[in-house]
Design a protein around this ligand. Structure first.
Ligand SMILES: [Zn+2]
Length: 88
Protein backbone atom coordinates (compact mmCIF):
# COMPACT_ATOMS: atom_id res chain seq x y z
CA UNK A 1 0.00 0.00 0.00
CA UNK A 2 1.53 3.24 -1.12
CA UNK A 3 1.27 6.53 0.68
CA UNK A 4 -1.30 8.68 -1.03
CA UNK A 5 1.03 11.65 -0.97
CA UNK A 6 1.42 14.90 0.86
CA UNK A 7 -1.24 15.80 3.30
CA UNK A 8 -1.28 19.35 4.58
CA UNK A 9 -2.10 19.47 8.26
CA UNK A 10 -3.38 23.01 8.22
CA UNK A 11 -6.07 24.44 6.04
CA UNK A 12 -4.58 27.14 3.87
CA UNK A 13 -5.80 29.56 1.23
CA UNK A 14 -5.29 28.09 -2.24
CA UNK A 15 -4.51 29.92 -5.43
CA UNK A 16 -5.11 28.50 -8.87
CA UNK A 17 -2.71 29.13 -11.69
CA UNK A 18 -4.70 28.74 -14.89
CA UNK A 19 -3.07 28.46 -18.29
CA UNK A 20 -3.33 31.65 -20.25
CA UNK A 21 -4.24 33.74 -17.22
CA UNK A 22 -1.45 35.83 -15.79
CA UNK A 23 -2.74 36.31 -12.25
CA UNK A 24 -3.51 33.49 -9.88
CA UNK A 25 -7.12 33.01 -8.86
CA UNK A 26 -8.04 32.53 -5.21
CA UNK A 27 -9.96 29.30 -4.73
CA UNK A 28 -13.33 29.79 -3.05
CA UNK A 29 -15.61 26.97 -2.01
CA UNK A 30 -18.71 27.06 -4.23
CA UNK A 31 -20.85 25.75 -1.40
CA UNK A 32 -19.95 27.74 1.71
CA UNK A 33 -17.68 30.47 0.26
CA UNK A 34 -14.84 29.41 2.53
CA UNK A 35 -11.32 30.10 1.28
CA UNK A 36 -9.33 27.58 3.30
CA UNK A 37 -8.63 24.09 2.07
CA UNK A 38 -6.73 20.96 2.91
CA UNK A 39 -4.77 19.65 -0.02
CA UNK A 40 -3.94 16.08 -0.86
CA UNK A 41 -2.41 14.46 -3.89
CA UNK A 42 -4.03 11.33 -5.18
CA UNK A 43 -2.39 8.61 -7.20
CA UNK A 44 -5.62 6.85 -7.96
CA UNK A 45 -5.55 4.61 -10.99
CA UNK A 46 -8.39 4.12 -13.35
CA UNK A 47 -10.54 1.44 -11.88
CA UNK A 48 -13.87 -0.08 -12.61
CA UNK A 49 -15.93 2.90 -11.78
CA UNK A 50 -13.62 5.19 -13.71
CA UNK A 51 -14.30 3.10 -16.80
CA UNK A 52 -17.97 3.12 -16.05
CA UNK A 53 -18.09 6.89 -16.00
CA UNK A 54 -15.73 7.16 -18.97
CA UNK A 55 -13.31 9.31 -17.02
CA UNK A 56 -10.28 7.05 -17.15
CA UNK A 57 -8.15 9.93 -18.44
CA UNK A 58 -8.83 11.70 -15.18
CA UNK A 59 -7.10 9.01 -13.15
CA UNK A 60 -4.23 8.53 -15.54
CA UNK A 61 -1.62 10.07 -13.28
CA UNK A 62 -1.97 12.05 -10.14
CA UNK A 63 -4.43 14.71 -9.20
CA UNK A 64 -4.56 17.30 -6.48
CA UNK A 65 -7.61 17.40 -4.29
CA UNK A 66 -8.58 20.53 -2.38
CA UNK A 67 -10.96 19.80 0.46
CA UNK A 68 -12.91 22.66 2.00
CA UNK A 69 -12.06 22.99 5.69
CA UNK A 70 -15.64 23.93 6.53
CA UNK A 71 -18.05 21.85 4.46
CA UNK A 72 -15.61 19.20 3.11
CA UNK A 73 -16.50 19.85 -0.52
CA UNK A 74 -13.78 18.31 -2.67
CA UNK A 75 -12.38 20.01 -5.73
CA UNK A 76 -10.11 18.02 -8.03
CA UNK A 77 -7.37 19.45 -10.17
CA UNK A 78 -5.76 17.29 -12.80
CA UNK A 79 -2.83 19.65 -13.24
CA UNK A 80 -1.19 19.73 -9.85
CA UNK A 81 0.97 22.64 -10.93
CA UNK A 82 -2.22 24.69 -11.08
CA UNK A 83 -2.71 24.44 -7.33
CA UNK A 84 -0.59 26.83 -5.27
CA UNK A 85 -1.09 26.60 -1.50
CA UNK A 86 -0.40 29.79 0.42
CA UNK A 87 1.68 28.38 3.24
CA UNK A 88 2.52 31.66 4.89
ZN1 LIG B 1 -17.11 24.69 1.75
Amino acid sequence: MKNLGGNAKQATPIFIHARGIENTIPLICPICKNNKFYTQTSMLRGGRWASFFDVEWLFDKSATICICSQCSKMQWFKDKKAVIPDLR
